[in-house]
Design a protein. Structure first.
Length: 605
């Protein structure tokens, strides 16, 4: 949410740290996991290397860097942006429901895989300790405890903000990709013939010769592309150009490293930790620095995922997809630096749980990839739909081809469900259930409440002001749409006879655009009754208190509505619990607590 860098290469370096951390740490475990499942024969190695390269080309370069990033709204990307782009083309209620459902599922799946990312990245790097002399006897339990300590430290510092260390992410990530490229080039020297794997013939031949087992191996091949969604989702933070430029450099580094690992496998078929053992074979002296760099890279990757999930949840809150959660702003300079405590501790608990449940990165890989293939498939469908509705036939046809590849990976990844992907689904089901119950509850509440139409309200207000004494000062009320006055305002004024000299109804409107804040007074509704409108982009972190102060509003009291939900229905009881645990409207926007008055309305559901 910060401005894009003036120097293009600054943006490229930032992109390496903020966007490509996840996909950049995939070389640590991808080939290790795959060759636990298949023999490292020459044909298998060449076929799998070709699959890895073409997966990066089709799913990352074509789907995200080319197609997805050509679509955006004021330079913004992400699943919710795709929904906003697609919605104007949808004419039927069923179509709108399908698009909304795809968006909700995509967000939930992204959160599900977001838990696995820090766990597998940190654990896979820590496992490299066993190759250091003296650490060879380290048990699985010791490695898990070290990884857990790193994770706890990472999540513990979130509430203090990462602004002070974020400047180092780009250079460290750049060093990591340089190390991957150099080690890969040296590795290729063991068997230069691996360069032929760039030919897709080897990938096709591997799938044809291997049959169904080779097809279902795609569920592990997808590990190479995890984190691809970040290219599009982070477009608004850094801009399309630096991300695409950075991707081409990252792509070259990744391909060189995978080819180097493949050459090392051909000449050392008995290795287990392919990347780490390749680097140690190059020179034992550089192994420890490389291992430390890899651990730093996984921390950066995890930090990027955590910050990304904070952003996604905030986006869900502002678009009223998720309930309000307490948000802290950790930087006076960077609007994107936010901290959501409930999300942070939920993620930490889930990360530690999967670490202790799966015990190793190889077993954890069985849970990884299913959710991301689901997200990629949803993205592919939405991109293709937008392209055809814009009459972009050739890109649309390419989109169909990419989506079919997404679907193939998704079908293959279903084989992971019994082996561990069910954990990612369970994790994803939690935000999914919260979203569905919250949205259903909000719709039911809208039906139960009977707002007063503005003309009726104004007539009653004018009569009342002739009869009651007004309280000195200014009172603030909040209404999403001033044409329909919420019951709590009528209750406050007409039932309790609380009328101030200056009453201002404030409407906070979340815009379709991601950024931008506009505010100002509109025409007075009646003597002593004014309206003030605030328009906020759905990714904007706005300071409502400051906006009101800048407009010269000096309130004496702030009124807002509270609901006392009475129900015997289990679903609505859950909804009621969500409402009780969520901060109120005024708490979310951090309005002054000494002036707040909650007006309680009982609702039977």
């Amino acid at each position: 949410m910060t401005g894009h860098d003036s120097h293009p290469w600054h943006g490229v370096l930032k992109s390496m740290g903020l966007v490509f951390g996840d996909i950049g740490t995939s070389p640590i475990y991808t080939l290790t996991v795959i060759f636990l499942l298949v023999e490292p024969t020459a044909s298998n190695v060449m076929g799998i290397l070709s699959l890895l390269i073409w997966t990066l080309i089709i799913l990352i370069t074509v789907e995200y860097a080319w197609l997805a990033m050509s679509l955006g709204r004021k330079g913004e990307g992400g699943t919710i942006v795709l929904r906003e782009l697609l919605t104007p083309y949808i004419r039927s209620k069923t179509g709108l429901t399908i698009v909304s459902a795809m968006t909700v599922i995509g967000v939930a799946l992204l959160i599900g895989d977001g838990v696995i990312t820090p766990a597998i990245s940190i654990l896979s790097a820590v496992e490299g300790l066993v190759l250091i002399p003296g650490f060879g006897a380290a048990t699985e339990g010791m490695l898990i405890l070290i990884a857990a300590a790193i994770a706890i430290g990472l999540f513990a510092v979130q509430q203090r903000g990462t602004e002070r260390v974020a400047w180092s992410f780009g250079p460290l990530a750049g060093t990591w990709f340089l190390a991957l490229a150099v080690s890969g080039i040296i590795g290729i020297l063991w068997a230069p013939a691996v360069l032929l794997a760039v030919n897709p013939y080897y990938a096709i031949q591997f799938l044809l010769d291997g049959g169904w087992p080779a097809f279902f191996l795609l569920s592990s091949v997808i590990l190479v592309a995890t984190g691809g969604e970040a290219l599009y989702a982070d477009m608004g933070h850094l801009g399309r150009t630096p991300i695409v430029r950075a991707w081409y450099l990252v792509f070259v580094a990744l391909v060189l490293n995978y080819l180097g690992q493949g050459a090392f496998l051909l000449t050392h078929p008995d290795v287990h930790f392919v990347l780490f053992e390749m680097v140690r074979s190059i020179s034992p002296l550089i192994y420890v620095p490389f291992l430390l760099l890899s651990i730093l890279a996984t921390i950066i990757a995890s930090q990027a995922m955590i910050s990304g999930l904070f952003s996604i949840v905030y986006q869900g809150i502002t678009t009223r997809m998720l309930p309000m959660l307490k948000i802290d702003y950790t930087s006076a300079e960077l609007r994107s630096q936010i901290y959501i405590g409930s999300v942070n501790w939920f993620l930490l608990f889930a990360v530690l749980a999967v670490m202790f449940l799966f015990q190793s990165s190889a077993r954890l890989a069985a849970a990884y990839g299913f959710a991301v293939t689901g997200t990629m498939t949803i993205t592919g469908i939405m991109i293709t739909s937008i392209l055809f509705r814009r009459r972009l036939v050739l890109p649309g046809l390419i989109g169909i081809g990419v989506t079919l590849v997404d679907i193939a990976f998704f079908i293959a990844a279903t084989s992971k469900i019994p082996a561990g992907a069910y954990v990612a689904l369970i994790i994803a089901s939690i935000p999914l259930a919260v979203i569905l119950i919250y949205r259903a509850g909000q719709n039911r509440m809208a039906c139960r409440f009977r707002p007063m139409e503005l003309p009726v309200f104004l007539a009653t207000y004018r009569d009342l002001t002739q009869e009651v004494s007004k309280i000195c000062g200014t009172a603030l009320f909040f209404a999403r749409d001033v044409r329909m006055i919420p019951p709590y305002i009528a209750l406050t004024m007409f039932t309790n006879n609380i009328v101030y000299e200056d009453n201002i109804i404030i409407s906070i409107i979340i815009q379709d655009n991601p950024f931008g804040v506009k505010s100002g007074f509109e025409d007075d509704l009646a003597p002593g009754l004014r309206r003030f409108k605030i328009e906020i982009g759905y990714m904007e972190v706005a300071d409502i208190k400051k906006i009101l102060q800048d407009a010269g509003i000096r309130e004496k009291a702030i009124f807002y509505g509270l609901e006392d939900i009475v129900t015997d229905n289990i679903v609505w009881k859950v909804y009621s619990a969500i409402k009780r645990l969520s901060p109120s409207f005024v708490q979310f926007y951090k309005l002054p607590t000494d002036k707040i008055h909650g007006v309680l309305t009982r609702v039977e559901m």
